[in-house]
Design a protein around this ligand. Structure first.
Ligand code: MN
Length: 400
């Protein structure tokens, strides 16, 4: 029997991470490393479930707690950012599923890109802010990068099937005319900016089709997430930003499409379930048999499409502007958004203030042209500082 594929899951206690663990356990892979943040109890449970021999947590406190919880097992425990990177270097995984959320995932994503292993990446922040660095490392160390984000997994599958990209580097990218990036539209599709001013965190956290973490759910409601995904698509597939079009598709059945120079269009479809995308990123180029029934198209009934309303959801355009500015501007965009969403969830600012805070922050901060990890961390800190100053001047926008 062939040896089991060794898989590491970074951020295994989060929303994508728990689904990745589900895929890895059911796919009979060997789990060689699990990392988590604060949810040490769940991490300990996952270590028992998988028999994993290495784990990493972000703080010394969490590490002490975890050591007690798994004291009867032989598990090597790493702690802190450096510890997580060390664990990534030492784990010997064939596939590293990277599902740590936010800018906090950048150091480990860079480290993973230097291992020569496959990096199945769900952390879009690292692609957006230090993508070039990661791609260079992947090439230099002989690794491979497979997207986990559902839209990008869809685009990847279309490009691969059409021959626009190829595992041997002999693809024909010139056959691509446009990328049609689908968006669910979030819970507030069709609402005006005036109506949006009354949106509360509870309302924003209720996503119609996808089940995700809090931050990304709010980002889906503001369409910031789709703005991030435009940049992610440009970076991953080397397409010009003017050739990426966002299309609101409420059912989230088509996960994205590619239009070719002859106006033929290919789409990838399926139920909106992150486990599909994770499974494909781990098993690629193979496809694994799945027991459960596939999508019931008759039950879905119809697929609809609409243009996004950029007046009500201005962050789509803000993302395009940040990308065009280049340098560290996309990193500042992410940092400003993390600060603004945090303030919104803490009820310090209203829903519409999220987009104003992000746009104003981007107008204020300095852009460093050279994207080094240091420049990104400086840009990140400066954007957070600028955003909190702007937030403190916001009048509370929520009508209770
Ligand atoms: Mn997505």
């Amino acid at each position: 029997m062939a040896e089991k594929k060794k898989v590491a899951i970074l951020g295994s206690t989060g929303s994508v991470g728990t689904q990745a663990l589900d895929v890895v356990v059911n796919g009979k892979y060997e789990t060689v490393l699990l990392t988590g943040g604060r949810n040490v109890k769940l991490l300990a449970k996952q270590i028992r479930q998988t028999g994993c021999k290495a784990a990493a947590v972000s703080s010394d406190d969490a590490s002490r707690e975890l050591k007690i919880l798994v004291s009867d097992l032989n598990v090597k425990i790493y702690s802190g950012d450096d510890g997580i990177c060390e664990a990534v270097r030492e784990c010997g995984a064939d596939v590293i599923v990277h599902s740590i959320s936010g800018m906090a995932g950048i150091p480990s994503a860079i480290e993973a890109s230097r291992t020569g292993s496959r990096l199945a990446i769900a952390n879009k922040e690292s692609i957006i802010s230090v993508g070039e660095l990661i791609f260079d490392n992947i090439k230099r160390f002989g690794g491979e990068l497979i997207p986990v984000d559902s839209e990008h997994s869809a685009i990847f599958q279309c490009l691969l099937t059409s021959g626009a990209i190829s595992a041997d580097g002999q693809g024909k990218p010139e056959i691509v005319k446009r990328i049609l990036l689908t968006a669910s539209g979030g819970p507030f599709f069709g609402k005006t900016r005036e109506e949006l001013s009354r949106v509360t965190p509870e309302m924003a956290l209720n996503h119609p089709t996808w089940s995700m973490g809090q931050k990304i759910t709010v980002d889906s409601a503001t369409l910031m997430n789709k703005g991030f995904e435009i940049i992610e698509a440009c970076r991953l597939f080397g397409v010009d930003i003017d050739r990426v079009e966002v299309l609101v598709h409420r059912q989230s059945i088509i996960h994205s499409m590619v239009e070719y120079i002859d106006n033929m269009v290919m789409a990838q479809l399926g139920a909106p379930d992150m486990r599909h995308c994770i499974r494909y990123a781990v098993s690629y180029p193979e496809r694994l048999f799945v027991e459960e029934a596939g999508l019931d198209f008759a039950a879905v009934g119809s697929l609809t499409f609409a243009k996004p309303d950029t007046e009500a959801f201005p962050l789509l355009n803000t993302a395009v502007e940040a990308y065009k500015k280049g340098g560290t501007a996309p990193a500042s965009l992410i940092a400003a958004d993390e600060a603004a969403v945090g303030a919104f969830l803490a009820k310090k600012i209203g829903f519409n203030d999220i987009s104003s805070v992000v746009a104003k922050t981007l107008d204020t901060v300095k852009v460093y042209p050279d994207v080094t990890p240091d420049a990104v961390f400086n840009a990140d800190r400066e954007a957070r500082d600028a955003a909190s100053a702007i937030i403190s001047h916001c009048k509370k926008g929520i009508v209770s």
